[in-house]
Design a protein around this ligand. Structure first.
Ligand SMILES: [Zn+2]
Length: 105
């Protein structure tokens, strides 16, 4: 009798520290452009999803509208919610329509 159990072989363990960030689709690392057909987060004109303090990010150029700051380029005063922006408002950075903005959590 040499012992009830043999010690586990340490060298046979899988490499758990490999890179957990790899192989995770939809993580946003590649940018919104990398998800064709998937518009998760985009409010698509459904303003009922937005609150007065909801921030939105342009999915074209990643410019962020923050209601607390407004938009000086469009003379939007601070405290203006996204839903109160004028209908002709466009992204001040790339001129895309507000429907192309994504809700930031
Ligand atoms: Zn933009």
């Amino acid at each position: 009798m040499t012992g009830p159990h043999a010690p586990p072989l340490r060298g046979s363990l899988p490499p758990e520290g490999a890179d957990p960030t790899l192989g995770r689709p939809g993580d946003g690392v590649g940018g919104p452009h990398a998800s064709p057909g998937g518009f998760e987060g985009s409010y698509l004109g459904n303003r009922a999803l937005l609150r007065s303090d909801t921030r939105l990010e342009c999915k074209i150029c990643w410019w962020v509208y923050d209601p607390a700051e407004g938009d000086p380029q469009w003379q939007i005063p601070p405290g203006t919610p996204f839903t109160e922006l004028p209908p002709h408002w466009r992204c001040p950075n790339c001129d895309c329509p507000p429907e192309q903005f994504m809700v930031l959590e």
